[in-house]
Design a binder for this molecule. Structure first.
Ligand code: DGL
Length: 270
């Protein structure tokens, strides 16, 4: 039994998409979330910059007394999962890519044409292909970076023609050329445009990294006998920039009014 909180973080609000799964599946766990909204997106930045930001967030979460760190961001997982594990050897650190790769390897077969969409950094790292092939070498994998999705989502431009056009710009030719029938959302922001993707490509089945991270947390807590007995305090959501859109999106994603949520500003540069 371990009642300490679990620390989650993302470059922005994308990682919040994994939180409802945690709240539903593990209601006794206390969550401390950090969204680096002032410095998002990370997905087109250099690995050194991403590492520097990530270790600042890691230190912040460790000072908050977390029992586990969950990297609710594919870009950070692809870039510095090992750096975090080396820096905090006493705390389990979970990334999003291995759990998602496991599900892809289990659910998909040789007939599938699997498209992986993610940020530039994640696609360039080849991390998805590597992890999936370790588990299932014969799958047909195709990847595509979609760098404009995250800035639009952070701006709240979602249910709208600009987002639909951007999706078509990146994916129409990709889907047609490779006959894609499964699409892996290799960025935790992308579940926020899953409805657009389903509407535009109704025959494609979607696999989301946000859901799989919740299962991975479950497995890790069980393995280490670290489940919380009870929630001793409220969940807290920190952001490095408390924009109106961040607050609106938290409310949308978690289905609560802002007065019911503990939302705080924390800029790690200051
Ligand atoms: N949510 C992050 C990910 O899963 C995103 C992105 C970014 O900051 O570019 O990769």
């Amino acid at each position: 039994m371990d009642n300490r909180p679990i620390g989650f973080f993302d470059s922005g609000l994308g990682g919040l998409t994994s939180i409802p799964y945690i709240m539903k599946e593990l209601p006794r766990e206390r969550i401390i979330f950090y969204g680096d909204t002032a410095r998002t997106p990370y997905g087109s930045k250099s690995p050194d910059t991403i590492r520097q930001f990530t270790l600042q967030i890691g230190d912040f979460l460790v000072k908050k007394g977390v029992k586990m760190i969950v990297i609710a961001c594919n870009t950070v997982t692809a870039t510095c999962l090992d750096d975090l594990r080396r820096t905090y050897p006493d705390i389990p650190v979970i990334g999003v890519i291995s759990p998602t790769a496991r599900v892809i390897a289990n659910k998909c077969n040789h007939d599938d044409r699997i498209g992986i969409i993610a940020t530039k950094v994640t696609i360039k790292s080849g991390a998805y292909e590597k992890k999936i092939r370790e588990k299932h070498p014969g799958l047909n994998l195709f990847s595509k970076a979609c760098p404009a999705f995250v800035p639009l989502i952070e701006e709240g431009i979602i249910d709208n023609e600009i987002m639909d056009l951007t999706i078509k710009y990146y994916l129409d030719d990709f889907v047609k050329e490779h006959h894609i029938n499964r699409l892996v959302l290799g960025c935790t922001h992308y579940p926020l445009i899953a409805d657009n993707l389903r509407r535009i490509y109704p025959d494609i089945r979607i696999i989301s990294s946000s859901k799989e991270v919740a299962t991975a947390v479950h497995i890790e807590l069980e393995k280490r006998d670290m489940y919380a007995g009870k929630r001793e305090a409220e969940n807290v959501f920190y952001a490095s920039d408390l924009s109106e859109n961040f607050v609106n999106m938290i409310q949308n994603i978690l289905g609560r009014e802002k007065d019911e949520l503990n939302i705080r500003f924390k800029n790690l540069d200051i």
